[in-house]
Design a protein around this ligand. Structure first.
Ligand code: CP
Ligand code: NVA
Length: 306
């Protein structure tokens, strides 16, 4: 039966750890060409802009010997020009897998329910699983261990935060989340993550004070205050999140060997200052590079060619 990657709930803890090992191995081979996807075609349905997700998938698919078809908002116009089920049924006749970046997570689920090929979530309003897997890979690379480490996420309880929360819970990493009232992660995702945390020994703690949350943490993580699709709320959010900026004053409270992470794109002067994101603790470009290595491992896993 085909598998999809819509949320990290779709993978067991062991599968996540295996994907990280495969990705590290692929990374050590420095983009050496491979034929795992020889003769296979992967479609990228994107309703929103992208730099990292699009380019890392396209280049990764090329390195695995596969073919890639980019379908931007104008081509597919999901749900408007055609229903997700018609799109999924049609594209299943041509392609071997689809990466979908949508507004609604329910559109990714709809695609998965009707496609006969694997659907990979390339970011929706609820989740960003490929990002979270690349993030776990980056933490593992830096600290060797995941279990028992603490990651503090400061900012909006959004798609990136949700997937990180599920990922940390699955691999036994503690997570602190500091967000303004009303912007904490969604209760449903939090309770799923807490269930996984119980089995792995991880803890998840919510804060409204970034200073309390960041104390002695190993990883400091933030994301934009205004996600794609929320542009109309920009000013309100920028005012509300002011106290949640990552700056040197705040990171002084983290572990002295902390790493700073951000999924990018970033807004210097809003969620993070230039001194932190461009400073010695920042690993943002390793993190961006790791998107490609983990996504190659994901494709090999879902297309059964590892
Ligand atoms: N981090 C990330 O998904 O970046 P893009 O939006 O540029 O793909
Ligand atoms: N939360 C951001 C992540 C971008 C990679 C967004 O959804 O726009």
């Amino acid at each position: 039966m085909k598998r999809d990657l819509i949320s990290l709930t779709d993978l067991s803890s062991d599968e996540i750890l295996q994907l990280l090992d495969v990705a590290l191995d692929l990374k050590s081979k420095k983009g050496q060409l491979h034929d795992a996807l020889k003769g296979k075609s992967v479609g990228l349905i994107f309703q929103k802009p992208s730099n990292r997700t699009r380019v890392s998938f396209e280049v990764g698919i090329h390195q695995l010997g596969g073919n890639c078809v980019y379908l931007g908002p104008k081509e597919i116009n999901l749900g408007k020009r055609e229903t997700p089920s018609d799109v999924a049924n049609t594209l299943s006749r041509y392609l071997d897998a689809i990466v979908a970046r949508t507004f609604l997570n329910s559109d990714v689920i709809d695609l998965a329910n009707h496609a006969t090929i694997p659907i990979i979530n390339g970011l929706s309003d609820l989740y960003h699983p490929c990002q979270a897997l690349a993030d776990l890979l980056s933490v593992k690379e830096n600290f060797q261990d995941l279990k028992g480490m603490t990651l503090t996420y400061v900012g909006d309880g959004n798609n990136v935060c949700h997937s990180l929360m599920l990922g940390c819970a699955k691999v036994g990493m503690h997570m602190h989340i500091a967000s303004p009232k009303g912007y904490a992660p969604k209760e449903k995702v939090l309770s799923q993550a807490k269930e996984f945390a119980q089995s792995s020994g991880a803890t998840i703690k919510l804060f409204t004070s970034p200073r309390e949350a960041i104390h002695n943490t190993h990883v400091v993580y933030t994301d934009v205050w205004v996600s794609m699709g929320q542009e109309e709320e920009s000013q309100e959010r920028i005012d509300l999140f002011k106290e949640f900026q990552i700056n040197n004053d705040l990171t002084a409270l983290a572990d002295k060997d902390y790493i700073f992470m951000h999924c990018l794109p970033a807004h210097r002067g809003q969620e993070v200052t230039a001194e932190v994101i461009d400073g010695p603790h920042s690993i943002i470009f390793d993190q961006a590079e790791n998107r490609m290595h983990i996504q190659k491992a994901i494709l090999m896993f879902l297309l059964g060619s590892h």
